[in-house]
Ligand binder design. Structure first.
Ligand SMILES: Cc1ncc(COP(=O)(O)O)c(C=O)c1O
Length: 504
């Protein structure tokens, strides 16, 4: 079942502790009060910190780094072997049968993957010209389908009391029936990047397959938090045809996007990108494409260190066990929901009862009658808590969630007050977690929100609202280049070189 965690053998405490150490966990900044504080990173849904383990593996690999298209020298042999192994690691991580599936690396995140999938499946199954997706999706799992298909249907999330839950499977089935014979694939997120709500992807897969459609799963948020079962140990009907995710959201920033797909879906269609590496032979007037996977989908020199860093992260996560990681994060999520519910005036969006609707990784909220941008600015400037605000590249979903929450206030407020509230809650604040997030981090967020809510008048006077909707502190300025600047770092290093080699 989608919503259950199967707990495997318990990982050792020291292995768990070792994997949680990440670059940037102990970074400090000076805040508006003049204090220098440790930054609390609650923005892992946007991008995760890099595990120290990944950094160490990359440091050891770097001296050998060479192009995988150079075949015979020692560095190239090491790079090629490990780059190939990174593909094997991905398939193992997502539990895909290596006979029927392949994976390729692409671009700098999942977005490039969705574009490639949309173009390829459009070409592969031209008679099926409809894509069904949902209103919960990140734009990356929506706009590529709109760009390449004449019709995209958006299924809404289910309504659960006064909030929204996961995708409405009844409506999904209706959309499949209404577009019978025309649906190429159902594109569904495994976990929402706004609310962290977990979708029943295997049940959706069954429905899609029953109607001759494929299922494409956006695992960009799922990969770091939940086990992915693509095809192994699940019935064929519930298996996933394509899985897409981003390496930078799985503790390996700087690594590429990933597409895992059934081989048959990408064979017999010309590769969408052409150039070096994807051909067997080129003549002046023609060329023969490689039949090899993943070569035919990876034209050009790949991001080799990125793939190797990602493989290191996936290998470590798999070593701990994604079931164990998911179980620990589930407890943290429950703690966060309880702590936020205790803070006066906090509205948490989406179904909050995790027995009804499971969540992973992210919580979106607002302080009542407070602009999301102001809340996020105060959290950063006074508490050194890094969160994201606005609409998280999911405009339709955020709009739905906000409208539903406003409908609760509609009876109590006049139109003018309601409009003001709608303007302030045009977006949300999102706190998101990674393997390194602690319950103390969550407590710090809850306490900060309590303070902001209690002293909102004080904080409001400290800020000026800019025309772009952001807030700037009236006295406090953060000069990023004093903390880090490439130019200054290079200058410093060069002057160090000169000092060490005065003869030059
Ligand atoms: C659910 C989801 N899908 C897709 C994406 C796009 O990923 P990327 O920006 O790495 O291309 C994101 C990014 O936040 C996401 O959260």
């Amino acid at each position: 079942m989608d919503n259950q965690v199967v707990t495997g053998a318990a990982p050792t405490a020291s292995a768990f502790a070792a994997i949680k150490d990440a670059v940037g966990l102990d970074v400090t900044y000076r805040v508006a009060t003049g204090r220098t504080m440790r930054r609390i990173y609650l923005d892992s849904t946007a991008t995760t910190l890099r595990l120290k383990l990944v950094q160490e593996v990359l440091d050891r690999f770097q001296p050998h780094y060479s192009n995988t298209h150079s075949l015979l020298h020692f560095g190239a042999l090491i790079s090629t072997r490990e780059y190939q192994w990174s593909h094997e690691m991905v398939l193992r991580f997502v539990n895909a049968d290596a006979g029927g599936y392949f994976c390729f690396f692409i671009g700098s995140g999942a977005t490039a993957g969705f574009n490639r999938v949309a173009r390829t499946l459009r070409a592969k199954r031209p008679e099926r010209d409809v894509v069904i997706t949902t209103l919960m999706e990140h734009h990356s799992n929506d706009l590529p389908h709109r760009a390449h298909f004449p019709k995209v249907v958006h299924v809404p999330p289910s309504v659960s009391g006064n909030s929204l839950g996961g995708v409405d499977l009844g409506q999904l089935e209706r959309a499949l029936l209404e577009n019978s014979g025309r649906v190429n694939y159902v594109a569904l997120t495994g976990v929402s990047n706004v609310t962290g709500i977990v979708n029943p992807i295997h049940e959706a897969a069954r429905l899609a397959h029953r109607h001759g459609a494929l299922i494409v799963v956006d695992a960009a948020q799922m990969a770091a938090h939940l086990p992915i079962r693509t095809s192994l140990d699940i019935p064929q009907a519930a298996s996933l045809d394509v899985v897409v995710f981003s390496g930078h959201k799985v503790y390996a920033p700087g690594s590429p996007g990933v597409v895992v797909a059934r081989k048959e879906l990408f064979s017999g269609v010309p590769p969408q990108e052409v150039g070096g590496g994807m051909v067997d032979t080129v003549w002046e007037d023609r060329y023969t494409e490689s039949e090899q996977f993943p070569d035919r989908e990876e034209a050009g020199t790949p991001n080799i260190p990125g793939a190797i860093g990602l493989a290191a992260a996936l290998c470590a996560l798999r070593g701990i066990g994604m079931d164990a990681i998911a179980a620990e994060e589930e407890a943290l999520m429950r703690h966060a929901l309880v702590r936020l519910a205790q803070v006066p005036d906090v509205i948490v969006y989406g179904e909050t009862d995790t027995r009804i609707c499971r969540r992973a990784g992210a919580i979106a909220f607002n302080l009542k009658e407070m602009d999301h941008a102001l809340t996020a600015a105060i959290l950063n400037d006074y508490f050194n808590i890094a969160v994201r605000n606005q609409c998280f590249c999911a405009h339709p979903y955020v709009r739905e969630l906000v409208m539903l929450s406003l409908s609760e206030s509609a009876d109590m407020l006049d139109n003018e007050a309601l409009e003001k509230l709608a303007e302030l809650h045009r977006g949300m604040v999102r706190a998101s977690f990674g393997i390194y997030t602690t319950s103390e981090d969550v407590d710090a967020l809850a306490e900060a929100l309590r303070d902001i809510g209690a002293r909102r008048d004080f904080y409001a006077t400290q800020y000026e609202r800019l025309p772009d909707g952001n807030y700037v502190h009236r006295d406090f300025r953060f000069d990023s280049t004093r903390v880090f600047s490439v130019r200054k770092e290079v200058g410093r290093l060069l002057s160090g070189v000169r000092e060490r080699s005065p003869e030059r």
